[in-house]
Design a protein around this ligand. Sequence first.
Ligand code: AIR
Length: 218
Amino acid sequence: MTADSVQSLIDQLHEEAAMDRPTAETPDVGIVMGSDSDLPTMAGGQGKRPGATVALGDELGFDEQTDYTDAPEARFTFETFVVSAHRTPELMYAYAETAADRGIDVIIAGAGGKSADLPNMTASIAYPLPVIGVPVQEKSVDSVIGMPQGAPITAVDAGKSFNAALSAAQILARQYPELEERLVAYHQGLQEDVGDVSRDLHELGTPGFKDEYWDEDD
Ligand code: AIR
């Protein structure tokens, strides 16, 4: 017996899959996570480093699509859902099964615990759509990446959902030169930061650098 709230999501996914909306109006990246307790890892905040939604939103100019009838201004968009492989397997199946028809080009799937099966099962069901797995914890790594031959998944290190978003954008960028330019600009910015910090460390010296960059209680 499927709970009403879950069934309504499943129905919505199937309805959207049947709509055949233009690519520019559908999300390009789908982000799913096993629990809302994974959100700090997948999005950042609550003591966690910036995550996938920050990489897509702040660094690469994506908007989050929350209403399929009213697509955001941004050309590239992502959507987010909580989908539990164990608590809501029917929703996982419906999500993965409808993703391509709903216009998704790449899925980022995160789960934690020792049975982090959402990424690997989503990859199997959504195949050949690429799925990038995010093990939310170290102990989740084996269950995310341990796929049998012929059943591929791409994955990042534990907690590195930011990199999963960059990888997703790299996949999309083969199709969209505009996105490739944004990825190159992001990398250029990273290089500038390293160059600036290196010059400051060298020219201020270690004590001066600490005074400038570190908090008083560091
Ligand atoms: N999880 C949820 N359903 C199936 C799995 N494997 C994972 C979530 C989360 C962890 O279990 O991805 O990392 C704990 O979930 P919760 O909801 O108890 O906080």
